[in-house]
Design a protein around this ligand. Structure first.
Ligand SMILES: [Fe+2]
Ligand SMILES: [Fe+2]
Length: 311
């Protein structure tokens, strides 16, 4: 269901099955995911001002001046937004000096959604070492994805991947919050982008991407964010598809791997970059090996800045 609408009654399977007939295993996964979702419904991490902001911006007749007042009523939120508006992610060639200016630079709707993502990042705070590592990885992935989308000239994709990057692994945090010690330990030992979801599928019948996507949908985060998050470990869903959502998923998947490579002590071997460029996501997003190499320092800078921004 990469292009369809999600309704309240959508069966849980549909967010990830892309219209295929669910097998008995899929149904069992959906049942256990539904049970797990119930545990997280009350965890909605958004402060009142952020919820009001998102609700207000959803109205067709919203006024920018009222948005400014709402943001300024929460000094912590206002100062965070000013930092983001002055970051590399928003091409801050000139300093942004007021909330009103930040609204113009980021856009009122983007800003409301960014406020939600920043609020959700507070989830990571009380989880000790693992949560911090996932938070840093999420911030890094968001910044890299945004930079990649910017280089492609896809501004519609870039606003989506910034939020999706921040929230893409929130399902891991939710799983950790259930107090599963073995899960927390295995995640802490191995944060590489393509292993955890396989273990989760074996163990639970669903993975952190599906869990995260469904919880974000229940929290009413805007489409297509839950879908992008739900599908970020299912590249097969992108085959033969075009559009903003598949491109956002592909860009996010590339950034997920690049954040991991940038975390390594040495620069990647040329063979690694070549493999990345020739991977289905590299080909889909259209990044050749040379382009990736040329971009590498900028990606590193954007990643470092985002990691400090979201701490
Ligand atoms: Fe993931
Ligand atoms: Fe990730």
């Amino acid at each position: 269901m990469l292009t369809g609408e999600r309704s309240q009654d959508t069966p849980l399977e549909e967010l990830w099955l892309d219209g295929a007939m669910p097998s008995e295993g899929d149904r069992a996964a959906a049942r256990s995911l539904a049970a797990r979702l119930g545990e997280f419904e009350g965890l909605r991490p958004f402060p009142a001002v952020v919820q009001e902001l998102v609700e207000y911006i959803g109205r067709p007749d919203f006024k920018v001046d009222r948005v400014r007042q709402m943001i300024e009523s929460d000094p912590a939120l206002a100062s965070r937004i000013m930092r983001v508006a002055n970051s590399v992610a928003f091409r801050a060639y000139e300093p942004c000096t007021s909330v009103a200016n930040a609204i113009v630079r980021i856009g009122a709707t983007n800003l409301a959604h960014l406020s939600m993502a920043m609020a959700a990042m507070t989830f990571f705070k009380d989880l000790g070492g693992v949560g911090m590592r996932i938070r840093d990885h999420s911030a890094g992935t968001a910044a890299v994805a945004r930079e990649l989308a910017f280089r492609m000239g896809l501004s519609v994709v870039s606003s989506k991947v910034l939020l999706a990057g921040l929230l893409h692994d929130i399902g891991k945090l939710l799983m950790i919050q259930t107090g599963d010690h073995d899960y927390a330990t295995s995640i802490n030992q191995d944060l590489s982008p393509n292993t955890a979801h396989k273990r989760e599928m074996q163990r639970l019948g669903f993975d952190h991407a599906m869990l995260g996507g469904h919880v974000l949908a229940r929290w009413n985060l805007p489409e297509p964010l839950p879908q992008i998050v739900a599908c970020h470990h299912q590249p097969q869903l992108l085959q033969g598809k075009a559009g903003v959502v598949p491109m956002a998923i592909s860009t996010l998947r590339l950034a997920d791997t690049i954040d991991w490579l940038l975390a390594q002590p040495q620069d990647p071997d040329p063979i690694v970059l070549k493999k990345l460029a020739l991977s289905p996501d590299g080909v889909y997003a259209g990044f050749g090996e040379d382009t990736l190499r040329d971009l590498w320092d900028d990606l590193r800078t954007a990643r470092a800045e985002a990691r400090s921004l979201f701490r």
